[in-house]
Design a protein around this ligand. Structure first.
Ligand SMILES: [Zn+2]
Length: 181
C-alpha cells in the first residue's frame, strides 16, 4: 500500500496536458495501485495521475459510500487510460464539485448530462460506455485533470466545504432531483 502525497493547486503538474500512455508501459500497474491507495486514503470520488505528480493520462473513478459526497450514486471502480468523452445530448447541469487538489472548497461547474466515455484498460484494450448525471460529471472532472484543468478555474458560487454542507446541500439535492429526473 502506497499513499502518495497529493499535488495542490498551484503545482505546475496540475496544469500540464498529460502524456498519453503507450503500451506496453512497465510502470502502469504500480501507478494504478498508487492512485487507488491514495484515492481511498483521501476519500476521493476519483483521482488522476497528475494529482500524484505523474503527468500521464490515467485516472480512476470509484464511488461507494463516500463521506465527502454523501448523495452521490455508487460508481463501480473503473481505471481509465487515455480517456476522452463526448456529449450525446445538449443537456447540461450545475454540478457542485470538490477536489483533492483544492481542499475545503466547493463550487458549481456546468457539466454535460449525457456523455459517452472512451478509454483503454490497463491491458490496452479499448472500451466505451454511456453515463449520465452526477457520474457523467465525475468522469468529466477527472478527464479535465488530464487536460491540465482544475474545476476551481471555471467554478461559480464557490464556498467552503463547511458552508456547503451546512447551508447548501439540501437545496442543491432538490435541484438535482428536478434536473436529473
Ligand atoms: Zn479533482
Amino acid at each position: 500500500m502506497t499513499v502518495r502525497s497529493i499535488a495542490q493547486r498551484g503545482n505546475k503538474v496540475l496544469s500540464l496536458l498529460a502524456a498519453k500512455v503507450e503500451f506496453p508501459d512497465a510502470t502502469l500497474a504500480q501507478l494504478v495501485e498508487d492512485l487507488r491507495d491514495t484515492m481511498i486514503h483521501a476519500s476521493g470520488a476519483g483521482i488522476a495521475a497528475p494529482q500524484i505528480g505523474v503527468s500521464k493520462q490515467v485516472c480512476i473513478v470509484e464511488v461507494r459510500k463516500n463521506p465527502r459526497y454523501p448523495y452521490f450514486p455508487e460508481i463501480p471502480r473503473v481505471v481509465l487510460v487515455n480517456p476522452s468523452w463526448r456529449a450525446t445530448s445538449d443537456s447540461r447541469f450545475e454540478h457542485y464539485e470538490g477536489c483533492l487538489s483544492v481542499p475545503q472548497l466547493r463550487g458549481k461547474v456546468m457539466r454535460n448530462t449525457d456523455i459517452v466515455v472512451n478509454y483503454w484498460d490497463v491491458d490496452g484494450k479499448s472500451h466505451s460506455f454511456e453515463t449520465q448525471g452526477i457520474a457523467a460529471a465525475v468522469f468529466q472532472h477527472e478527464i479535465d485533470h488530464l487536460l491540465g484543468e482544475l474545476f476551481i478555474d471555471k467554478a461559480f458560487d464557490v464556498c467552503s466545504e463547511k458552508e456547503f454542507f451546512e447551508n447548501k446541500v439540501q437545496e442543491y439535492q432538490a435541484y438535482l432531483q428536478k434536473v436529473l429526473s
